[in-house]
Design a protein around this ligand. Structure first.
Ligand code: ADP
Length: 490
């Protein structure tokens, strides 16, 4: 480790130094040589290293998960729930350490990281409780000498791949229901944010999770991904990440007909009608657009504003965006962290250049920050062309592009003109319109008069090319359960 690593680590200032692990977690053992470097996007400083594992180690992890399965699925739901609850309690006990680690490797402001740890832990507790309510059915049979019952059973070994934008919550949202249902898991976290994942494993072990129930493999995405999607010992594959990678992995799953859940990219429309509470709409747009520096799959990506309030909304949004404080997330005042890497920064620059080239006007921002990290200024553009890159692709950065519309029909047509279908938002005070628009939006989730739609009790997921399946809520457990019909002849 060089000096850079020492200084990044000392800035994180963990109260419990053993939460920082530079090895993988397979079959309850810490393993692998740390060779792959991990950097802080705010400073570009080196945090540490992780193992660069591949097919062999991924297969060993699958073997461990397979071996742990019979005992784990035979445990009563209450016993599994107890471990999940303890795990959540440990996450909350070490919330500050977990959040600081996350901010260092991901860049988000510490307050957001603290929020994510609580949100992430909530999935463990929620699904532990839900697992106690995995009810079957009895079905009236077509003849009096037969009985029909429906059992719900864990699918088996689960393969999971998670992204860097919510390094902890995207893991617990999969691992929580999987483990609660009685499955065992092999997880590959993003190589950009591995330390959040590895710290979770420390606490899982402490909570009493038996060896092999959760295995974490870091390294080369392609070969590890091949094992998780193609190995016949894995029954279910769950992925959160970009749409192109998700499609490729889903195709890889076809050979062994795995159950598949995908949570892919969005391109969220945000509609503001003339009859909206404009202050609330601006506040909703700020939270939806700029949370995590615009790097969430449910971030408002296209903001459609009706004629009558367009100028007022544009002015207020630009004022609020310009006031956001950007900087190192570990500094308490920061509201905007860096983008995850240089590639993300270049995409944002390309989207802004394209919009300006097609007649958009810059109200605030529009450039990189003058600092070491991968920062881009919170940006608002008005008069963006309806077919600009900014509206067609997910920008994944702090850029709000405003498009004007005239009628409700126009707004719905523009909003639905996308192959993505994850989240959509609308602001109106007209009750009938709120119903028409909620029902008319071809999306998995609608925020009506709110920019915040994520909680463990509500189903999260998309339609069209944004995904398959739901995470969170009572529906989230179904993804990890098989339905079995049992016929009895009397
Ligand atoms: P992003 O572009 O936002 O980083 P990705 O879809 O590339 O999103 O990454 C999400 C997760 O998918 C990460 O854990 C990443 O390592 C993983 N990943 C990327 N490419 C592959 C691949 N070919 N096979 C398996 N996993 C992959």
């Amino acid at each position: 480790m060089g000096d850079g690593a020492v200084s990044e680590l000392s800035r994180i200032a963990l109260q419990r130094a053993d939460l920082f692990r530079q090895q993988c977690f397979i079959n309850g053992k810490w393993t692998g040589d740390p060779t792959h470097a991990v950097h802080n996007p705010a400073t570009r400083g080196l945090i540490g290293h992780i193992p660069n594992l591949g097919r062999t180690e991924a297969e060993a992890a699958v073997a461990a998960a397979e071996a742990a399965l019979p005992k784990w699925r035979a445990e009563p739901a209450a016993a599994r729930a107890k471990i999940l609850r303890r795990w959540n309690e440990l996450m909350l006990k070490h919330q500050q350490d977990l959040a600081r680690l996350m901010t260092a490797e991901q860049g988000k402001p510490l307050a957001e990281a603290m929020g994510e740890i609580a949100y992430a832990g909530s999935f463990l507790e929620w699904f532990g409780e839900e697992a106690k309510r995995v009810y079957g059915d009895t079905i009236p049979a077509p003849s009096s000498d037969r009985r029909i019952m429906v059992l719900k059973q864990p699918v088996g070994v689960v393969g999971a791949i998670t992204p860097w934008n919510f390094p902890t919550a995207m893991i617990t949202r999969k691992v929580g229901p999987g483990i609660a249902a009685g499955c065992t898991v092999v997880l590959k976290p993003s190589e950009l944010t591995p330390y959040s994942a590895l710290a979770l494993a420390v606490l899982a072990e402490e909570a009493g999770l038996p060896p092999g129930v959760l295995n974490i493999v870091t390294g080369d995405a392609e070969p590890i991904g091949r094992v998780l999607t193609e190995d016949p010992r894995i029954s279910k594959f769950t992925f959160t990440g970009s749409t192109p990678v998700g499609k490729k992995l889903a195709a890889q799953c076809a050979g062994t007909v795995k159950r598949v859940s995908l949570e892919l990219g969005g391109n969220a429309p945000f509609l503001v009608f003339d009859d909206a509470d404009i202050e609330a709409a601006v506040a909703g747009a700020i939270i939806s657009k700029f949370r995590n520096t615009g790097q969430t799959c449910v971030c408002a990506n296209r903001i459609y504003v009706q004629d009558g309030v367009y100028d007022q909304f544009a002015r207020l949004l630009a004022e609020k965006a310009a006031a956001l404080v950007a900087g190192d997330g570990l500094a308490g005042v920061t509201q905007q962290g860096p983008l995850i890497n240089e590639r993300a920064l270049q995409k944002v620059e390309a989207h802004v250049a394209d919009a300006l080239g097609h007649g958009a006007k810059l109200l605030t921002g529009g450039a990189r920050h003058a600092n070491a990290g991968t920062f881009y200024q919170p940006t608002v553009l008005r008069d963006v062309a309806a077919d600009a890159l900014l509206t067609r692709e997910e920008t994944f950065g702090p850029v709000a592009g405003l498009v004007r519309f005239k009628t409700e029909e126009d707004a719905l047509r523009l909003a639905n003109n996308s192959r993505a279908g994850l989240a959509a938002y609308a602001f109106t005070r007209d009750l009938a319109r709120s119903w028409r628009v909620s029902e008319g939006l071809e999306y998995g989730m609608v925020g009506m008069n709110t920019g915040l739609i994520s909680t463990e009790v509500s189903p999260f997921g998309g339609v069209k090319e944004s995904g398959i399946g739901r995470e969170g809520s009572k529906y989230g457990l179904d993804e990890f359960l098989n339905i079995k019909a049992v016929f009895v002849q009397l």
